[in-house]
Design a binder for this molecule. Sequence first.
Ligand code: AMP
Ligand code: ZN
Length: 493
Amino acid sequence: MPLYDIQPLKIYNSLSGKKEVFEPLNEGHVGMYVCGPTVYSNVHLGNCRTFMSFDMIFRYLRHLGYKVRYVRNITDAGHLVDDADDGEDKIAKRARLEQLEPMEVVQRYTVDFHNILEKFNFLPPSIEPTATGHIIEQMEIIKDILQKGYGYEVNGSVYFDVVKFNETFQYGKLSGRKLEDMIANTRELTAQDEKKSPQDFALWKKAEPQHIMRWPSPWGDGFPGWHLECTAMSTKYLGETFDIHGGGMDLKFPHHECEIAQAEASFGHSPVRYWMHANMLTMNGKKMAKSTGNNILPGEIFTGENNILSKPFSPSVVRFFMMQAHYTSILDLSNDALLASEKGFHRLMEALDTLEVLETGRKSDFDLEPWKRQCYEAMNDDFNTPVLIANLFEAVKRINLIKEGKESISQSDKLELTQTLNAFVFEVLGLEQQKEGNGASNKLSGVVELLIALRDEARANKDFPTSDKIRDQLAILGIQLKDGKEGTTFSVS
Ligand code: AMP
Ligand code: ZN
C-alpha cells in the first residue's frame, strides 16, 4: 500500500480558504505548476524561500508515493516593469542598460538561478518551460478568448474584458475582491487608455518600434501579456484542469486571478483544484524584494559578506532555518535567527552520527510507532515542517538518552529509526550532512580550524611572519580567512 493511502494529506486551498483532503485527479499521480522566476537579475533569498517551499512539497508528495509532474517555468518575456500593463519589459530593460542581447540576460540569470538552487539541494522540476518557447500556444489561447467574446483588440493589442467575464464568472474570487470595489478604487481611464475598464489586462501588447522582444501575430508585431504564459504552459503540460498551482503570496493578485480568468474564459471551467501560496521572507520586518533593495543574495549568506551577518552560513543551515517556519507563515531573516538554526541543525546532524554508532540492547524504551505517526501527521497537516522538526528533536533527545545509557534501543528499532530520520531529514526536508557553507567538508573544516588556532597563537606571540604565512598560503589554496568580532571564519572558493 502506498504511503498516501495510509493517512489523508490535507492541503490549505487558498481558493476555498480551508484545509481540504487532497484527492488528485488521477489516482497516484499529481500535476503541479509553480510560477518560476523572471530572469532579469540574481534571485534573492526571498525568491528562494518560495521555491524551497514547493521543493519540500514536491519532495513530500514523492515520498508519499505519488508520481509527480512538477512544472516550474522560466519567465523570459512579457513581465513588465510595473507588473501591470505599462512600462518596459523587465528583461528588455536590463538588456538595454547592460548593452546585452535579451537572451544573454535570460541565459545569465537562468544559470545563476540553477546554480543557487543546486547549492540549496533542490530537486529539478520535471519540466522547466520558457515563455518565449510557447508564443504559439499563447496566441492560440488569445484567439480562443477573442472568439468566445471575452477579449477585444485595440490598435494591435488585445485585452481581456474583465467586466464581460464577471457577468458569467467571478473575477476576484481567489484574492477575495469584488469587481465593483476594485473599479470604485481605481483611477478613471484617460483618453489615451486603450482599455475599456481599468481592471482589464493585456493578453497581447503591440510592440513599439524600439521594443526588441517582438513576435509576429494576427494582431501585428507584439509580445504576450505576463499572465498568459502560465495558462499556456500549465495547460500544455498538465491539462485544462490540474491538481496544484503554487506561487508566492504576492502573485495571488493580479497574476493568479488573471490566470483563472483566462482559463475559465477559454475552457469554461476552473483550471486548478488546489491553489497554494507560500508566504514571504522578510528582513528588518519588511518584504524582501528586488525593487526596494531590501534583500540579501544567497551568495552573501554562504560567504558571510553582508553587514547583517556575523559569519557565513551553509546552504543546509539556511534551508533548515526556512523549514522551521510553516510555508504559509511570514518568516523574518536575521543573524540571530540563523545562529539559532545553525545550532539546531548541528544538534540534529550530531544525533544522526551518534545513532550510527549507538549500541543496541534487547528492548526499546523508545516507542517508535506513535512517534513516526506524529511525524506523518505533521506533514499531512498541510506540510507542517515546524511540527515535524519538533518531532525530530524528540528523537534527538531519545538518541542522546540512549547514548548516555539511560535508555536502550533494539537492533530492529535502531534500523527503523535510522530509516525514518533519513527519510524526513534528507529526502523530505532536503538537508545535507556534509557540505558546510564555506564549501569545506567536515575534515577540511577541522584542518583549517587547526590552522586558524595556530595563527591565533602566532599572533598572540607577535610572530607575524608565521601568522601571515598561514593566511597567505591558505589564500593560494583558495581558502580565505576573514577576521571578525567573533573570531576568524573562512570560506573556500
Ligand atoms: P519573480 O522573479 O519576481 O517573479 O518572483 C519569483 C517568485 O518569488 C514568486 O513566486 C514570488 O512570489 C516570490 N517572492 C518574491 N519576493 C519574495 C519574498 N520576499 N519572500 C518569498 N517569496 C518571494
Ligand atoms: Zn505564473
